[in-house]
Each structure stands twice: as C-alpha cells, then as structure tokens.
Design a protein around this ligand. Sequence first.
Ligand SMILES: [Zn+2]
Length: 67
Amino acid sequence: MVSSSRKYGVFRCKACGRLNLAKTGQKFKTCPYCGVKNRLSGRAFLAYASTPNEALKAVKKLKAGKA
Ligand SMILES: [Zn+2]
C-alpha cells in the first residue's frame, strides 16, 4: 500500500538550486524558474506531503533551514 502522505515531493533544481514541488509519481519536472528538466529519482525528494498546501509548507521549512 502506498502511503497517501507521499503524494507530493519537494526537490531541489539541479541547475539553479531552487526548491520545487512535483507529484511523486512524476519522472521528470521542468523547473519553473530556470526551465531545466530535472529527473526525479526516489532520492531526489527532500520532503513529502499529502497536499500541495502541505508541500508548500515543507518548502518554507526547508528554505528556513529547519528541515
Ligand atoms: Zn531551476
């Protein structure tokens, strides 16, 4: 059973280093900041969330250096 709390993931763009959101089932995600296509492997994600809102909170935490 797949945990419903891992629907969304936070990853860091390999090119510009900014934090982005992606669905965890996605294989690739284009960075909205620099346009580089990032490959999303299982370990690409720094944090997980069940909703986009939670994912945004996780991004804020990561940016604040609390995660
Ligand atoms: Zn980028």
